[in-house]
Design a protein around this ligand. Structure first.
Ligand code: SF4
Length: 446
């Protein structure tokens, strides 16, 4: 039996493919046996005059050119398989992107990847208009036993409990009249509280009460907490998290370099990221800059007013009551960017939670608490990377484009990169939450 499709109601989130081809240049596509058969039957070896599959670590992948693009990407920026045989002739992963389907016992949640430029910029049609396409994708999913969502450890969550967590966090993220700084510090506090709680004693109604208490208390609690600077260890773990999300060597490069040289190169770069001293190691798609340079780059929502980080919820040029007198054009642009950046982060977090990508089958089978911890580390990583981009272009503040690139980069690995499901990553989340470092890092970065 096919599960019903659940597309979250996210009116602010739009998407249509604009054919930029960046997913065809960015991703290395793993092929299923059915994909292999389909491409073979289409006769691509003869058409291309070359092999189009590469074997790596026991799996089959679409071959890439020396420049890193899919071998099927034409000079006109279009997919040759699609152009010749239509959408359904393409490998499954290419047909689905940027939609990401996460079946559980109740339904199939539909998430969307912010690695797509149209998604990150919210360009195109409302998500609900893609229902027929997504339903067809659901029918193509290989049949497997439904994966129950776990609450914490091995505790199976009820459908009602999953909805409670979704509703509580979504309600907080959508809360009006709070600054972005409070919104994201509060999110970190809420998730850390869930990670630190013993949820075995908080089932059903008790969980509902706990979530209600936490979401009601968060705004009043934040000012009462201690806010020391994050420790050097917290920064080190965050830099390691950044490294695990941006290191993405191409299969062709790995094969050329050989296993030993590749592993050594990766180990050496990982150590340099952890140390955080001197110049950042050269990583594909990133410039090399002095780690110390970040100290001078102000936060993502960086309009400093009386020592507080604030942002207007209404762009000044459309607010009739707001006087522009005395404000420079640069400050106005910064405010407009800040509004758009808050919108981007809200869309990203909401689409991740409501689209089923924050736990369960959408995130390595992780229980809700750990999955939310990993999502928070993704948020921290994106905030850090946005600063990195700003510093790399010599700017003193983060722009919308810096954050868009950072979110896109981080989201391309989430739920996809197997190394984010390892014990090392879980221990990182555990240490950052139990040391209360998540909210301190959020504060330092926003
Ligand atoms: S990145 Fe998005 S907009 Fe660009 S080709 Fe891929 S799906 Fe289309």
């Amino acid at each position: 039996m096919r599960l019903p499709i659940y597309i979250p109601e996210l009116p602010a989130q739009k998407y249509s493919c604009h054919g930029c081809g960046s997913c065809c240049r960015d991703f290395t596509v793993q092929l299923t046996d059915a994909d292999m058969q389909k491409l073979h039957d289409q006769g691509w070896k003869e058409r291309l005059g070359q092999e189009y599959v590469v074997k790596f670590r026991g799996h089959s992948w679409l071959k890439q050119t020396d420049a890193g693009a899919c071998v099927f990407l034409g000079d006109n920026g279009l997919c040759k398989v699609h152009a010749e045989f239509g959408l359904e002739a393409k490998p499954l992963a290419c047909q689905f992107f940027p939609f990401m389907l996460s079946p559980n016992t109740r339904d199939t949640h539909v998430g969307i990847s912010f690695a797509c430029g149209s998604v990150v910029a919210s360009k195109g049609a409302p998500l609900q208009t893609h229902r027929d396409d997504v339903r067809r994708m659901g029918e193509l999913l290989p049949a497997s036993a439904p994966m129950p969502v776990k609450l914490q450890g091995q505790l199976i969550a009820t459908d009602a409990e999953v909805s409670m967590v979704e509703g509580a966090l979504d309600g907080w993220i959508c809360k009006k009249n709070i600054s972005p700084a409070v919104r994201y510090q509060g999110l970190a506090w809420l998730i850390t509280s869930l990670l630190q709680a013993n949820l075995a004693n908080m089932r059903g109604e008790k969980l509902r009460q706990l979530l209600r208490t936490l979401t009601n208390a968060v705004e009043h609690e934040l000012p009462l907490l201690d806010w020391p600077e994050p420790t050097p260890r917290a920064w080190k773990l965050l830099r390691q998290a950044v490294f695990t999300r941006i290191e993405d060597p191409k299969i062709g490069d790995l094969l050329k370099r050989g296993k030993v040289a590749s592993v050594f190169g990766q180990w050496s770069r990982s150590r340099k990221w952890a140390a955080g001293k001197g110049m950042t190691p050269k990583t594909q798609g990133f410039c090399s800059i002095d780690f110390a340079g970040f100290e001078n780059t102000i936060g993502v929502f960086a309009i400093q007013l009386n020592g507080d980080v604030q942002v207007q919820k209404t762009a000044p040029h459309i607010s009739s009551s707001h006087s522009l007198a005395g404000e420079s054009a640069a400050a106005i642009t910064q405010q407009q960017d800040a509004v758009a950046m808050d919108d981007l982060l809200q869309r990203w977090i909401r689409a991740t939670i409501l689209g089923g990508r924050a736990w369960g089958s959408g995130l390595y089978g992780l229980p809700i608490d750990q999955g939310l911890g990993l999502m928070l580390v993704n948020l921290l990583t994106a905030l850090w990377l946005a600063r990195f981009h700003a510093a790399g272009r010599g700017a003193q503040s983060v722009s919308l484009l810096d954050l868009q690139v950072a979110v896109g980069r981080v989201d391309r690995t989430s739920g996809r990169a197997v190394w984010l499901a390892t014990t090392g990553e879980r221990l990182r989340v555990k240490w950052l939450s139990h040391s209360d470092s998540m909210r301190l890092l959020v504060r330092a970065l926003v």
